[in-house]
Design a protein around this ligand. Structure first.
Ligand SMILES: *[C@@H]1O[C@H](CO)[C@@H](O)[C@H](O)[C@H]1NC(C)=O
Ligand SMILES: *[C@@H]1O[C@H](CO)[C@@H](O)[C@H](O)[C@H]1NC(C)=O
Ligand SMILES: *[C@@H]1O[C@H](CO)[C@@H](O)[C@H](O)[C@H]1NC(C)=O
Length: 390
């Protein structure tokens, strides 16, 4: 894992020093892209990708300053180039009519790629018109995810700004070895389903030094996530960091070895949440460490909810089959905006076990907050405020 960043840094240095390196440079302007914000540059971007992909050298696709109107684009793998650096100094802009992007699942999608890095750049998905459509309950499209990586490995996303996504901002699905660093995500606090970063079926993903302000989960973690490291993220507005919703399916891969560290939640709905449908499933959550996190005015700072059953549809009378074990909350402090700051609502069929609270200090209106427990076994160490209810 230590090798790749070194190579990336080398690429960037070589690219910047303009040395006669083996990096082959493709500027999107050469392929006919127009930085005027109104000429459709989709074809130019796809051609730049095809050219880079077919080159045996390390390659860079360069997007100079300016605004580029682009529609839905799928960048396919199977490339000859071992490393493709996409260096963006400009902004990619979605079509003004939300139905154009909304007809697709994704705006920018990378499928089966290896060694792709995105450095810098802004993505403006023009989501607000679609959010307004959804709010007025007419027949609106679901909307497109802004940036998706599927079945890919050795991916870097560095210093990107994603604005106003129609749906999820970034999705990492079926990937290995992904580093997201210094990313900023911005959407309105009431925008529907605009999750910041969604990870699932992926191994060795790091999300570091990033800021996420959005209308749904800042980071959502789906089945099959393993070795996920989240550190120094600022979250809020938004719904917090959530493992789940799990137990959507009977047959589901587990979530294991997740760390969330030095992260701040400001005015969010949840802080650190694990959530599963009240439905049978063979999935699990195992080995999660939440440490050194600050809550400012968070509705539900610590929550395990295994009774998720919105509108009582598809689950009445059922209980969750997800087994939750070995979850540590250490150094979690700050304020709750509701009286119950710590809530463990676990499954009667598969109680939560190995829950550990250590140095937790959460208050409500400068007073003691409360804890709530059902079907949970755990221990509390050192200062734990509110008192645990194990
Ligand atoms: C690959 O790099 C070599 C060495 O710098 C260069 O001579 C060659 O032209 C490059 N190939 C392409 C297709 O750009
Ligand atoms: C857990 O994941 C971290 C990276 O997030 C990794 O460094 C560590 O080795 C993993 N632990 C196990 C037991 O796989
Ligand atoms: C717990 O937090 C409250 C409110 O922020 C603070 O006044 C108190 O000193 C903290 N207690 C400890 C032991 O840190």
């Amino acid at each position: 894992m230590a090798k790749l960043p070194t190579i990336l840094v080398l690429c960037i240095i070589l690219a910047m020093t303009n040395s006669t390196s083996a990096i082959t440079n493709y500027n999107v302007l050469r392929f006919g892209a127009k930085p005027d914000g109104k000429t459709d540059s989709t074809k130019a971007f796809l051609e730049a990708w095809d050219a880079a992909c077919a080159t045996e050298n390390l390659t860079m696709i360069y997007v100079p300053k300016g605004r580029y109107l682009v529609g839905s684009m799928a960048f396919k793998g199977g490339c000859k180039s071992p490393q493709i650096l996409i260096r963006i100094d400009g902004t990619l802009v979605a079509p003004a009519d939300y139905r154009v992007l909304g007809a697709f699942e994704d705006w920018l999608s990378f499928e089966g790629v290896s060694g792709v890095s995105i450095a810098g750049g802004s993505l403006d998905a023009k989501g607000p018109a679609l959010w307004a459509c959804k709010a007025s309950d007419s027949n609106c499209p679901t909307g497109a995810t802004t940036l998706r990586f599927t079945n890919s490995n050795n991916i870097r996303i560095n210093g990107l700004l994603s604005l106003n996504s129609q749906m999820f901002h970034i999705v990492i699905n079926g990937c290995q070895n992904v580093l997201v660093r210094g990313v900023r995500i911005i959407a309105a606090g009431n925008s529907p389903n605009t999750d910041g970063i969604h990870v699932q079926q992926s191994t060795d993903v790091q999300i570091i030094s990033s800021s996420i302000k959005t209308g749904d989960d800042c980071i959502s973690i789906g089945p099959g996530t393993k070795n996920l490291w989240i550190e120094r993220v600022n979250c809020g507005p938004g719904h917090g960091i959530s493992i789940g919703s799990l137990a959507k399916d009977l047959d589901e891969d587990g979530v294991q070895n997740v760390t969330v560290k030095s992260t701040t939640f400001i005015g969010t709905q949840n802080g650190l949440r694990i959530k599963s449908w009240a439905r049978p499933s063979n999935g699990f959550v195992k080995g999660v460490r939440f440490s050194d996190c600050i809550m400012r005015n968070v509705q539900y700072p610590i929550v395990i909810d295994q009774n998720y059953c919105p509108h009582n549809l598809n689950c009445p009378g059922q209980v969750s089959g997800i087994k939750i074990t070995d979850i540590t909350y250490e150094g979690i402090r700050g304020t709750s905006s509701t009286p119950i700051a710590v809530k463990f609502d676990c499954s009667p069929k598969t109680p939560c076990t190995g829950i550990r609270l250590q140095n937790v200090n959460l208050t409500y209106l400068n007073e003691d907050a409360e804890s709530f427990c059902t079907n949970v076994v755990g221990i509390a160490l050192d200062l734990v405020r509110p008192n645990s209810c194990f």
